[in-house]
Ligand binder design. Structure first.
Ligand SMILES: Cc1ncc(COP(=O)(O)O)c(C=O)c1O
Length: 457
């Protein structure tokens, strides 16, 4: 680390006095120091106390896909900023056009990119398009947007209205009307016993469409692999059936790739494991690996055409702007980010290291009865902790967080579901950078092994 920890006492005090940290109760910070991160290189980060960590959650929330310290991304951003940092998105930019071309090449069937600056905002763009399409084509009737129990789509009131995590939503209502929940598809906690759970879970979506009236349902918004709701890869047959149902009822399919997008699961996008054809794909975190704020809402020619079909009508276009969607640093960084993933074969590495991570977690499961389920796709894995394997009674959130805290004392930062699902915040989360080596993966799971032994013996 280049920074001397003692220089940072003032920073710690300024943080304690003035920063309102995200997702945090601040009372404990009156008697302990806030964590301040000062440096990162590869998969490692250093905090203000000089402690070194393997970051097994890519910046805490599945973001820094290509790892820390990428000078070529920083240089591309710098060069772009001195050329032109910003102009509103009603005009184009060189990196904006180039990245849109590159990105749509990775998304067969999708052709148009709308830039924004956060995952929530990208999702809101799709929601607004669905609503506007409902008005243009269906007299406003086909305006409902379905979302799934356990999924999360962002922090704004409209995104929370599409939020399937009751603890994230509590106390922030009332919510936007027209959002309707469909059941989750976590096989470990299946609602029924059946051999074809994937199809059954997808059929529940159709039940909701039929109950609400297909002429009122405009879109279905799903995460390819649910992230904060417990790392839930879809059961077999789920997505294929979802696609059929959407086509049958003329429901647009919006896939939220904010976490899975840009390599996290070993394909460019999570949905590409399942052969489906979405109408909207939204993405944010991994697009520029956190080096710059950028989010994208990507859609088809068909959707785009609906917004220019009557040029004489002054209301007949997408009347939306994202001020910071016009920042050029985002697409400049994103171009380098994608080039790194290609040049370093990081999709292959993610598949191989993801398999190793799952194997290691499964061996831990053999030795630690507290691990009830291990699941994941690529470098995006979860281990659900249960007090009793037979009843699947969840371990309480405090104890799950104690496991994560123990790993941190060993120099490994892992994640854990928190304040999402009442009584079910019991999943340890792993999403190390896509550059992780076998040694990194083994160190991560060795820390978990020790933490589980210490917490549960
Ligand atoms: C699946 C998913 N969608 C959307 C979002 C919201 O993204 P942002 O925090 O950039 O608004 C998140 C954030 O964690 C997410 O996990």
């Amino acid at each position: 680390m280049n920074i001397v920890p003692n220089d940072l006492a003032d920073v710690i005090e300024a943080d304690r006095a003035h920063i309102w940290h995200h997702l945090m109760q601040h009372k404990p910070l009156e008697t302990s120091d806030p964590r301040v991160m000062v440096e990162g290189k590869g998969v490692r980060v250093w905090d203000a106390a000089g402690s070194e960590y393997i970051d097994a959650v890519s910046g805490g929330v599945w973001t820094v896909n290509v790892g820390y310290g990428r000078e070529r991304i920083a240089n591309a951003i710098r060069d772009q900023l001195v050329q032109i940092p910003y102009f509103a998105g009603s005009a184009g930019s060189i990196p904006g056009a180039n990245f849109a071309k590159k990105l749509t090449g990775l998304l067969p069937g999708l052709t148009r990119v709308y830039y924004a600056n956060s995952g929530s905002e990208a999702n809101e763009k799709a929601f607004k398009m669905v609503r506007q399409i409902a008005h243009k084509k269906y007299g406003g009737k086909k305006h409902k947007i379905l979302f799934r129990e356990r999924d999360y789509h962002g922090t704004t009131i409209a995104c929370l209205s599409a939020g399937g995590q009751p603890e994230r939503n509590a106390q922030y209502g009332p919510f936007t009307p027209g959002f309707v929940e469909v059941p989750h598809c976590l096989e470990y906690r299946a609602q029924v016993e059946t051999e074809s759970y994937g199809e059954w879970a997808a059929d529940q979506v159709e039940e909701v469409i039929l109950r609400e009236g297909p002429d009122t349902v405009g879109a279905l918004c799903l995460e390819p692999v649910t992230a904060g709701g417990g790392v839930v890869p879809p059961p077999e047959g789920y997505w294929e059936r979802i696609q059929e149902i959407c086509r049958k009822h003329d429901v647009l399919l919006h896939i939220d790739e904010v976490v899975c997008g840009v390599g996290r699961t070993g394909t460019w996008f999570g949905y590409q494991h399942f052969g489906v054809k979405p109408d909207f794909v939204t993405m944010a975190k991994g697009v520029a690996s956190g080096y710059a704020a950028i989010a994208c809402m990507v859609t088809t020619d068909e959707v785009f055409a609906m917004f220019k079909d009557d040029a004489d009508d002054p209301m007949n276009y997408f009347r939306d702007i994202s001020t910071f969607g016009g920042c050029t640093a985002g697409p400049a960084a994103a171009l380098e980010n994608v080039a790194i993933i290609e040049e370093e074969n990081l999709l292959d590495n993610t598949t191989r290291m993801g398999a190793r991570l799952i194997d290691n977690l499964r061996s831990l499961q053999e030795r630690h009865r507290v691990i009830g389920d291990v699941r994941g796709k690529g470098l995006f894995c979860g281990a659900e902790l249960v007090a009793d394997r037979a009843t699947k009674e969840p371990v309480d959130e405090k104890t799950v967080l104690a496991v994560a805290a123990d790993c941190a004392t060993q120099g490994v930062i892992i994640g854990a579901t928190n304040r999402s699902l009442p009584g079910l915040n019991n999943t340890l989360c792993f999403s190390p950078p896509l550059i992780s080596t076998a040694d990194d993966i083994d160190r991560i799971t060795a820390a978990v092994d020790k933490a589980l032994t210490r917490t549960f013996s």
